[in-house]
Ligand binder design. Structure first.
Ligand code: MRU
Length: 349
């Protein structure tokens, strides 16, 4: 099992995803600030993984606040939450996890005046968020497996695997692993995913480790491959899903969805219910992160573009709900009209 992020006595331990696949290096982060920096610099990435990491970072930070009064602990904890909220804007799992931690603080504070009780409860909550993410991905993997036929070739974009979650199964790759574990023969086509190359570096690495056949293509090959009849289904993850089913995911996902519709290929989004943002009616309200131009002009230290060239580097795009065949969650599978089906799943009906 790939251990994306772990709680240890020394701090938050994670695999440095920037070095994969050539180096498997685990790093122990010893403060909340270090965890926030790891999220910002993409040592850890993927919506559920950054939510889990943020919760662990906050638990660690709270533990390190010297024992004074509850009000002092609360003031400093709020500052840490603010700092954590500023790391990355698009994945709602980050804000969901921070809010869970804030709520837990309030709940324990209303019952106890002990800072140690609050600190312990925050650690327990972070561990619960970690465990529940793994369980959620197993559950969505089981639901999704039913939609994937035996012998299918599935195209995926970015990395929505163990590395993008608390570990183990992943979301889009959770569906693929679920199908494999249900006895189906599945092959994967992984888009390389410019500019950060999560598909080439991370998805291909994960699947090869798991003995799931994987072929990498560059992003601009997807249309050709679909036209050639080589893709039976597309399964991608999501960073934030609006109430109407519009889904933000790694830049390039929208292009894949348009191509899938053109070629009559089912397009599935796989995400835990924690990726749902029912507070926004549509994808128009999803903030899209703009990342550094260097991610496009350089590969590693190698400069590819001319000095000072103007670059636009949006890290995500939004796929409109009418291009989505179904949204696979840990609570079940939602189909159009998504406003109703997603609300029902979120309410546990
Ligand atoms: O910029 P990243 O690597 O954090 O973007 C990740 C993605 O877009 C994933 O597809 C998404 O978070 C789903 S992960 C289960």
């Amino acid at each position: 099992m790939i251990k994306t992020v772990e709680w240890t006595d020394e701090g938050v331990r994670m695999i440095d995803q920037r070095l994969l696949p050539t180096e498997e290096k685990y790093v122990t982060l010893r403060s909340c600030e270090e965890v926030a920096d790891a999220i910002k610099t993409m040592m850890v990435r993927g919506a559920p993984a950054i939510g889990v990491s943020a919760a662990m970072g906050l638990a660690l930070g709270a533990k390190q606040i010297p024992g004074t009064s509850v009000s002092n602990l609360e003031r400093k904890f709020d500052q840490l939450c603010e700092m954590m909220s500023g790391t990355r804007p698009t994945a709602v799992n980050l804000f969901w996890a921070i809010e869970k931690m804030r709520q837990e603080f309030k709940r324990v504070k209303s019952q106890s005046e002990s800072t140690a009780d609050i600190q312990r409860a925050l650690t327990d909550m972070a561990l619960r968020i970690f465990r529940e993410d793994i369980e959620a991905n197993r559950a969505l993997g089981r639901f999704g497996a039913e939609l994937i036929p035996d012998g299918a070739t599935v195209l995926t974009h970015c990395n929505a695997g163990a590395l993008a979650t608390a570990g183990d199964y992943g979301t889009a790759l959770g569906v693929i692993r679920g199908a494999r574990d249900a006895g189906k023969r599945i092959a994967v086509i992984a888009d390389e995913t410019r500019p950060f190359l999560q598909g080439l570096r991370l998805t291909a690495w994960e699947l090869a480790k798991d003995d799931i056949p994987v072929t990498v293509i560059t992003d601009n090959m997807a249309g050709h491959v679909m036209k050639g009849g080589k893709v039976d289904a597309v399964v991608v993850g999501a960073d934030r899903i609006a109430a109407n089913g519009d889904a933000a995911n790694k830049i390039g996902t929208y292009m894949v969805a348009v191509l899938a519709q053109r070629h009559n290929i089912p397009f599935y989004v796989a995400a835990p219910i924690t990726t749902l943002d029912l507070s926004i009616p549509s994808g128009m309200e999803i903030p899209i992160e703009e990342r550094a131009s260097r991610e496009i002009t350089h590969i590693g230290d190698q400069q590819l573009g001319p000095d000072g060239v103007e670059v636009h580097n949006p890290a995500f795009d939004v796929t409109p709900n009418d291009l989505i065949t179904a949204i696979i969650t840990d609570k079940g599978v939602a189909r159009a009209p998504f406003v109703e089906s997603l609300r029902r799943l979120a309410e546990g009906k």
